[in-house]
Design a protein around this ligand. Sequence first.
Ligand code: GDP
Ligand code: IMO
Ligand code: MG
Length: 429
Amino acid sequence: MANVAVIGAQWGDEGKGKVVDWLASRADIVVRFQGGHNAGHTLVVGNQVYKLSLLPSGVVRGKLGVIGNGVVLDPDALLSEISRVTAQGLSVTPENLRIAENVPLILPLHSAIDKAREVARGAHAIGTTGRGIGPAYEDKVARRAIRLSDLAEPEVLSHKLDELLLHHNTLLKGLGAETFDKQDLLDRLLALAPKLLPYAEPVWELMDAAHHAGKRVLFEGAQAVMLDVDHGTYPFVTSSNTVAGNAAAGAGVGPKQIGYVLGIAKAYTTRVGSGPFPTELKDDTGRLLGERGHEFGTVTGRPRRCGWFDACMVRQAVKVGGIEGLVLTKLDVLDGLKELRICTGYQVDGQVLKRLPASIAAQEKAVPVYEVLNGWSGSTRGARSYAELPAEAVKYVRRIEELVEAQVVLLSTSPDRDDTIMLRDPFAG
Ligand code: GDP
Ligand code: IMO
Ligand code: MG
């Protein structure tokens, strides 16, 4: 039986949380390998709704959760999320949550810089979540990040804070924002140490032992391929690699252990934040999709921009993301629409392209080429077998499969965990 990696195939919020929760019943370990609390994964189990940002979605099933070294970890955000889910009846302890000791931390100054830079960008703002994700990854690559294991060594921590503040206070001053006091930060971190260190461990060893014991691992991606720092709509992207290949580096396992790669896509497209979106609908249909799909960001509450399914973009995500099978979610949101459109290419400067151009200016100019399909009058909401789907809905799914060059292996027909149709078992490899 293979491991499975779940990644987003559009611009995020495709329903990764729901799919990971559903698959987690048959996994032993669920691992987050990139991103941070910019992610918002919603799980609906009966009348309980869980909103997770940092905790791997397997915690709801009582599975072992692992936060890999590829994540950027905000200690305050983690502790408040643990309290929140504990109040909902879940148990999160060092018994069922392990965190890589070499994970870089997000400090309050990262979010301050994130926000100050967004203000300075004015009309060119990226529309980040303001959670300090970009600045924290910058510090990691610049080799000045504070890592979880540093909390056990007050002297190292003190020295590292000097270097960090030299850099960041200079920057904050230049941006006209408030600077940070070293002693204050040191005290905060030392106070957090006893709460966080019990979770810390060399996760690569845990993963190695799990591999040899034949455990099933589910890698839970955050964000999505079009937000990938290399392959997405740069610079309107997040600051990590979201493609499946990064599951290995971000969890400390070899590439062969990633297993079967499952890409998640909505049956239409949404995007939160700024940046090109060729199939965006600024009309009544776009508003209808937003209302029906409850398209509001889990993290920031911002309305998500909505548009038609972009097969050209998802095909590209399939290729660069290493996606072998697709999960199509939110099919029910399209119920009752008379006509549906699927983007099959873009017109840019008189040429038809079958991929998104690399230049942001060209992406902005891309005019979608559409194929028009009939909608369906019946309902797909809550369907749990293929036989329950209207014929036109099946046609829509089949056409998407052809265009994106990947098999649809699961279909999701409502937010609820159980309203899922399995066409092929991803753990079968
Ligand atoms: P993620 O970031 O990829 O985990 O996705 P989010 O949780 O941010 O956003 C997906 C939203 O759609 C959540 O509110 C889910 O409860 C909801 N959702 C997931 N699958 C379906 C589905 O098949 N139908 C409908 N109507 N909602 C869904
Ligand atoms: P999940 O895991 C949707 C977007 C932000 C912004 C850009 C950069 O729930 O799918 P950042 O704060 O990461 O520097 O913001 O990326 N973004 C997401 N959009 N879903 C997410 O996560 C996102 N995480 C970041 O809106 O456009
Ligand atoms: Mg989300």
